[in-house]
Each structure stands twice: as structure tokens, then as C-alpha cells.
Design a protein around this ligand. Structure first.
Ligand SMILES: Cc1cc2nc3c(=O)[nH]c(=O)nc-3n(C[C@H](O)[C@H](O)[C@H](O)COP(=O)(O)O)c2cc1C
Length: 186
């Protein structure tokens, strides 16, 4: 394979190549109110316990809701929910009840007070287990304490955000390279 010629690129835009996806909807509850925000900046940090790190901007209503309630639900929407995903990211829970505005069903959680979003493919109930990086990086370290996943399809069509209003829709899956993996990396 040939060495590729590359050009200078703005460092502030490298996220277009690194956006991890899938886009998720984070639901939370605090003082009797529920809310939802759209999130792309999350990462897996550990298998057991199941840890997820995620960035929540200080100006988002969800910031204080998750920080104070110490819990949230990470919901995975499928591509058909894209208009709602964008709408939820364009509005704030300070001004609107997003469950009612976007016609989504709040399903009670089993381990946390935050509701699951019924229409999403998967919902992971999370507890905030480390708040020490919030002040410096707005980074919330969450532990998934209960996971709910639809029985099919095995690989849902998820949304992945490339920035600048462009979504990549998850597509082809292949197990062609599985034989090359070390067992511990599967
Ligand atoms: C595709 C997409 C990805 C987003 N990713 C994040 C994110 O990772 N972290 C974040 O703080 N805001 C993110 N946002 C912005 C929030 O969803 C947006 O500010 C929202 O209005 C917050 O709602 P709230 O004020 O009710 O919490 C994203 C928005 C979109 C449309």
C-alpha cells in the first residue's frame, strides 16, 4: 500500500475523523423533572466495572441534572430517530419538556431515577462514580449498572456524527478479519 500524501489540517477539526459514535441520547432526572440531551463525545474506559467517560458542556441543562442526581441513562437511537436526535440537541431542558416535545416515552429505570427512552434500541442505566474530572474537563465518569438492549437486529443502524451537520449511518459489518485477532482483543 502506498504512503499517502497529506496536507495541513486545522487541529480544532480533527474531531471529524475521530468522532467515535454512535450518537447517544442522555436522559436524566432531577427534582421531579426529566430531560434529554444529544451526545457524541463519549468513550469506553473499562469492561468490568463497565465504565464510560463522557463530556457534558457546562452550559447544558443536563450538566447540573447529571452532576446533582449522580445518575443518567445512555440511550442508543437508530437512524430513523435522526430528526429527533438533532431537535433534542437544538433545544434545552430549561425551556422545553423534551419527552413531550419529541413524542418520546419515558420508561422508569430499575436502578436509577433517570428514565429510559422507550423508542431507543438500547438503554444503559449509569451512576456517576467519579466526579473529580468534571471541574477541569467537564468529564463525567459513569458506571453502567444495568443494560437493556432490544433483541434484534444484532447490528442496529446507528448514527455517527462527523461534524458540520453530517451523519454517517452505520453500514456493512464483516467478520472477515476475526481470525487475526488475539483472543483477549475480541
Ligand atoms: C450530534 C450532536 C452531538 C452532540 N454532542 C454533545 C456532547 O458530546 N456533549 C455535549 O455537552 N453536548 C453535545 N451536543 C449538544 C447538546 O445536545 C445541546 O447543547 C443540548 O441542547 C443540551 O440540552 P440540555 O440543555 O437540555 O442539556 C451535541 C449535539 C448534537 C446535535
Amino acid at each position: 500500500m502506498k504512503v499517502r500524501e497529506k496536507r495541513d489540517f486545522p487541529v480544532g477539526e480533527v474531531r471529524r475523523f475521530l468522532e467515535p459514535g454512535p450518537i447517544v441520547l442522555v436522559s436524566s432526572a432531577w427534582q421531579g423533572k426529566a430531560n434529554i440531551m444529544t451526545m457524541g463525545w463519549h468513550m469506553v474506559m473499562e469492561f468490568e466495572p463497565s465504565l464510560i467517560g463522557c463530556y457534558i458542556w457546562t452550559q447544558n441543562h443536563s450538566f447540573e441534572m447529571v452532576r446533582r442526581s449522580k445518575a443518567c441513562v445512555i440511550n442508543v437511537p437508530t437512524a430513523d430517530l435522526a430528526p429527533k436526535v438533532v431537535g433534542i440537541g437544538n433545544t434545552s431542558g430549561r425551556d422545553v419538556d423534551k419527552f413531550s416535545e419529541f413524542g418520546l416515552t419515558a420508561v422508569p429505570g430499575t436502578k436509577v431515577a433517570a428514565p429510559l427512552i422507550g423508542e431507543c434500541f438500547a438503554s444503559f442505566e449509569c451512576r456517576l462514580i467519579d466526579a473529580s474530572l468534571i471541574a477541569k474537563y467537564s468529564l463525567f465518569v459513569l458506571e453502567v449498572v444495568k443494560a437493556h438492549v432490544a433483541a434484534s437486529p444484532k447490528y442496529p443502524r446507528t448514527l455517527h456524527y462527523r461534524g458540520d451537520g453530517v451523519f454517517m449511518l452505520s453500514g456493512t459489518n464483516t467478520a472477515r478479519y476475526r481470525k487475526h485477532f488475539k483472543a483477549q482483543n475480541l
